[in-house]
Design a protein. Structure first.
Length: 760
C-alpha cells in the first residue's frame, strides 16, 4: 500500500519521550492498558492514547466543523492543546481513522481508504525542539534558528500572528510573524546578542526558564525556579496576544493555569496586535483595538483586522482646509514613516502645518518635531508614558465627524440666540451680501478667463466645433455615463457621421472648469501619437464646456487589471507597459512643446477594441516653454501616484511622470492596487512588498503561479524600483525606461528607496 506518511513507531515514541513520563500506554477514554499494540487505532469519537503518567493524551479533538490530531494535558479541566499535527490544514472529517500499522507506521485515512498526510509529526532530527507549536514543556529546548508560533486562539490552533524566535546571534526575540529578523519590528528581546551563535531556550521541571550557550553555561535566567513539587507542572507558551508566558498548574487541585512570568508588562506591546489604521488600548486588564476618528472597523466581529475610512478620500485636487477637522490623540505611538519632517516648538504649530498641507493625513508631534504621515498608519499602540501626540485629519463628511459638527453648530446657534435677534439678523444680512458679491466675482472671473486668448487658442488648433444641442442629442441627453473624473463626467455618444465618441462634460467651479477645458485643448490638440487618445472636437457654447474624444471600447487599464475575472496575460502586460512608456516619451521629448502629464495612473490609460493602449485625461498637464526643464506649481495628480517632490515644494520636472509610471508598472506586474487593505500586513503597500520580495529573491510571490519569464520579471521589477526613487535625479528618463523594458540596455540593481528603507 502506498502511504503519504509512513512514520516509524520509534520516531513517534522519541517525540513523546520529550514529555515528562510520557511513554504511551494504549487506552480508551474509559479504560487504559499497558501498551500500544500494532494494529491499534483511534477515531474522533471513541478513544485516546495516554502517556504512562496519565498527564498527556494523544488523539482527536474538535477543530472548526471537524477534528484535528494533537496532544493535550489530560488531567486539567481547561483543555490545553500543546501540539497539533498539520495545524494549518483543513479540519478532518468524523469518519477518519488513525492507526498503527503492523510494520510500525502511523497512518491517517478515511473509512473509504483514502490516505491523508500528517505534515508535521516531528522526526528524530528535530527531537530537541518542538516545531509548529506555541509551547515548550519541561525538558525541551528551543534551539538556535527555531521558533514558537502563536495560535489564533485557545480554540483555534492554526498559526497566529506572533512568534518567539531563537536567533543565531544569541538573542531570544519576539516579532510579528511576517517580520522575522527585522530589528525595527522586534517588540521584546532578551538582550543576549553577545552570547554566541548556539544559544538555546530551556525549561526545567522546577519551572526555571533560562538561556544556555554552546558550552552549557547559563547566560540569562528569565524566571527562577518555582515551588519544587511533584504535583506542579509547567509550560511556556507564546499566547494569541503575542506575549510569552510561563504557566504552572497543581495537579492536586481543580482549576485553571496560574501565570508565573510574562515577557511584557504592557499588553499592547506586541507589534501588529491591531491592523492598519487602528491602535491597541488597555481595557479591563485586557486589550482592545480602536479606530482613530474618521475610521470604522473593516469587520466589527474581527476588530484586529483594522479600520478603514468612513468617508471618501477627496484628494488634493478637491482640497479645502474648511472641509477637514483635526482630531488629537495622546499617548498613541505608530510606526514612524514620515514623508516630511520639520522642527516645531508647539503642538499648535504642528496641527496648523498638517491642516494646511493637503497631502498630510496625520502628524506625529514628539520631541519638538512634527512628522507628517500618510495613511495607512501601522502598529498603533497605547503607551501611557509615551510623550507623543497624533493629529488625525478627518473629512467633515465622515459619519462620526458629522455628528460632532452638528453638535457644535447647535451650540453656536444657541450662543447666537443668546446674543440676540438683532445680531442674528445682522449676520444673515451680511452673509447675503457676501454671497451676492462672491457670486458676481466668480461670474466676472469666469468671463475674464473665458475671454482671454480664446481666439488665439482656437486659431492655433484645428478641431471641429460642436454646439451643445448637437452633443446633447449625440448622448441622448447625457444618459450613458462611462466615467467620472476630478473635473467632469464622461458620456458615450454617437455624432452625426455615425462615429461613436466619448464626450467629457466639465462640471466643476466655472474658473477651474475653464482652465481644465483650455488645458486639454492646448495639450491634446497639438499631439499626434498612436498611444495618446485623439481629440475630435469641442463645445464652447455659452457656459457649456465639452470635449469630444475617440471612444475606447475596452475601458481603462484599471478595469483590465483590477476588475477582470481573469488576470491579463503576462506578455500582454509587458506590451501594455512598453506602449505606455512610448506614449509618455512622446510627451516628454518628441512634442513641439514638452508636456508633463501630472496624472499618470491606470484610470487614465484607455484600451481600444484591438487591445491598444492610449494615455488620456490631460486636464492637469503642464506645458513647459522651450527653454524650461522644470516648473513650480501647486500639487497635481492622484494620491498614491504623486511623486515626493510635489509634497516638498521642489521644482517639478518630467521625472514626476516617471515616478507615477513606476507605481503603475508595479501594479501592472502584480495585477493589484498600490494600496490593498485585504492582504497580509507586509503586503498592503505594494512598493514595500515588491522591494522586500526583490531583496529576498522571491519575485515569484508577485505573480503567484502565473507562467512568466524570470528574466523579464526581474527586469520589470528593477525598472519599477528605479522609477520610484525619492530623489528625481536617480530616476531614469522615460526614454531609458523604454529601452530597459525592451532589453536594449542593461538594467542595473536599484538602490533601496529611502521612503521604505528596510532594516534587517
Amino acid at each position: 500500500m502506498t502511504r503519504f506518511c509512513n512514520l516509524k513507531l520509534a520516531a513517534m515514541i522519541l517525540f513523546l519521550l520529550l514529555l515528562p513520563s510520557s511513554i504511551f500506554s494504549g487506552a480508551t477514554a474509559q479504560q487504559r492498558t499497558s501498551n500500544i499494540s500494532l494494529g491499534s487505532s483511534l477515531t474522533p469519537h471513541s478513544s485516546y492514547w495516554y502517556s504512562a503518567s496519565g498527564h498527556f493524551a494523544f488523539g482527536f479533538y474538535p477543530k472548526g466543523n471537524g477534528f484535528a490530531v494533537g496532544i493535550w494535558f489530560a488531567k486539567i479541566q481547561q483543555k490545553t492543546v500543546i501540539w497539533t499535527a498539520n495545524s494549518d490544514g483543513s479540519p478532518l472529517p468524523d469518519d477518519v481513522i488513525l492507526s498503527l500499522s503492523s510494520d510500525g507506521g502511523l497512518i491517517l485515512q478515511l473509512n473509504q481508504g483514502q490516505l491523508i498526510p500528517i505534515a508535521n509529526v516531528p522526526q528524530p532530527a528535530f527531537s530537541a525542539s518542538m516545531l509548529d507549536s506555541d509551547t515548550i514543556l519541561p525538558g525541551q529546548r528551543l534551539l538556535a534558528g527555531k521558533r514558537l508560533v502563536s495560535s489564533n486562539s485557545s480554540a483555534n490552533h492554526t498559526s497566529g500572528r506572533f512568534q518567539l524566535f531563537m536567533q543565531n546571534d544569541g538573542n531570544l526575540v519576539q516579532y510579528p510573524l511576517e517580520y522575522t529578523g527585522e530589528k525595527d519590528y522586534a517588540y521584546w528581546v532578551s538582550g543576549t546578542s553577545a552570547a554566541g551563535d548556539d544559544v538555546s531556550l530551556n525549561l526545567d521541571r522546577n519551572g526555571q526558564l533560562y538561556l544556555l550557550n554552546a558550552t552549557g553555561s547559563n547566560i540569562k535566567t528569565l524566571k527562577e525556579r518555582g515551588n519544587i513539587s511533584g504535583n506542579l507542572i509547567y509550560r511556556a507558551t507564546i499566547d494569541e496576544d503575542g506575549i510569552f508566558r510561563l504557566y504552572s498548574h497543581n495537579l492536586d487541585h481543580y482549576g485553571n493555569w496560574s501565570i508565573e512570568w510574562w515577557s511584557s508588562d504592557n499588553k499592547c506591546d506586541p507589534i501588529g496586535l491591531c491592523g492598519m489604521n487602528s491602535y491597541c488600548t488597555l481595557v479591563n486588564h485586557g486589550t482592545s483595538c480602536a479606530c482613530p476618528p474618521g475610521f470604522d472597523f473593516i469587520d466589527q466581529s474581527q476588530k484586529h483586522l483594522g479600520c478603514q475610512r468612513n468617508s471618501s478620500d477627496e484628494g488634493c485636487m478637491e482640497f479645502k482646509e474648511s472641509n477637514y477637522i483635526i482630531h488629537k490623540l495622546e499617548y498613541v505611538s505608530w510606526e514612524d514613516d514620515p514623508y516630511a519632517t520639520f522642527g516645531s516648538n508647539t503642538e499648535t504649530d504642528c496641527r496648523e502645518e498638517c491642516s494646511t498641507d493637503c497631502n498630510c493625513e496625520a502628524a506625529l508631534f514628539k520631541n519638538q518635531e512634527c512628522r507628517k504621515q500618510k495613511f495607512p498608519l501601522r502598529f498603533g499602540r497605547f503607551k501611557q508614558n509615551e510623550p507623543v501626540v497624533t493629529f488625525i485629519k478627518v473629512s467633515i463628511r465622515s459619519s462620526g465627524t458629522k455628528i460632532e459638527s452638528m453638535k457644535k453648530m447647535k451650540e453656536q446657534r444657541m450662543n447666537i440666540l443668546i446674543i440676540g435677534i438683532v445680531l442674528l439678523t445682522l449676520a444673515v444680512f451680511l452673509l447675503a451680501i457676501f454671497g451676492v458679491l462672491s457670486y458676481r466675482y466668480r461670474v466676472w472671473n469666469y468671463k475674464k478667463i473665458s475671454g482671454q486668448g480664446n481666439n488665439a487658442l482656437f486659431e492655433d488648433i484645428t478641431l471641429r466645433s460642436f454646439t451643445y444641442d448637437e452633443l446633447n442629442k449625440a448622448t441622448n441627453h447625457f444618459k450613458d455615463e462611462i466615467g467620472k473624473g476630478a473635473f467632469g463626467t464622461v458620456f458615450r455618444g454617437v455624432i452625426a457621421n455615425g462615429i461613436t465618441v466619448a464626450i467629457k462634460r466639465l462640471e466643476k467651479v466655472v474658473a477651474e472648469g475653464e482652465r481644465e477645458f483650455r488645458n486639454e485643448m492646448r495639450v491634446i490638440g497639438r499631439t499626434h501619437h498612436k498611444n495618446l487618445v485623439r481629440l475630435f472636437g469641442y463645445c464652447h457654447d455659452g457656459t457649456n464646456r465639452l470635449l469630444v474624444y475617440e471612444y475606447m471600447s475596452n475601458g481603462s487599464l484599471a478595469d483590465f487589471l483590477f476588475k477582470s475575472e481573469q488576470k491579463p496575460a503576462w506578455e500582454e502586460r509587458i506590451e501594455i507597459a512598453l506602449n505606455i512608456a512610448r506614449g509618455i516619451f512622446y510627451l516628454h521629448e518628441e512634442c513641439e512643446t514638452q508636456i508633463i502629464h501630472c496624472d499618470i495612473k491606470p484610470e487614465n490609460i484607455l484600451i481600444d477594441e484591438k487591445g491598444g493602449v492610449k494615455i488620456a485625461d490631460f486636464g492637469l498637464s503642464k506645458l513647459l516653454m522651450p527653454n524650461q526643464s522644470k516648473t513650480y506649481t501647486g500639487v497635481r495628480g492622484t494620491r498614491g501616484y504623486v511623486a515626493p517632490e510635489w509634497h516638498r515644494n521642489f521644482p517639478i520636472t518630467v521625472k514626476a511622470d516617471v515616478y507615477s509610471y513606476g507605481i503603475m508598472l508595479l501594479e501592472i506586474i502584480c495585477c493589484r492596487r498600490n494600496l490593498d487593505m485585504h492582504v497580509p500586513d507586509n503586503e498592503i503597500v505594494l512598493a514595500e512588498w515588491v522591494y522586500e520580495c526583490f531583496e529576498s529573491n522571491e519575485l515569484r510571490k508577485l505573480v503567484q503561479h502565473e507562467e512568466v519569464g524570470e528574466t523579464k520579471l526581474e527586469r520589470m521589477v528593477k525598472v519599477g524600483l528605479w522609477c520610484i526613487q525619492d530623489e528625481p535625479s536617480l530616476r531614469p528618463s522615460i526614454k531609458r525606461v523604454a529601452l530597459m523594458l525592451e532589453g536594449t540596455i542593461d538594467t542595473p540593481t536599484p538602490p533601496t528607496p529611502p521612503s521604505f528603507s528596510i532594516s534587517i
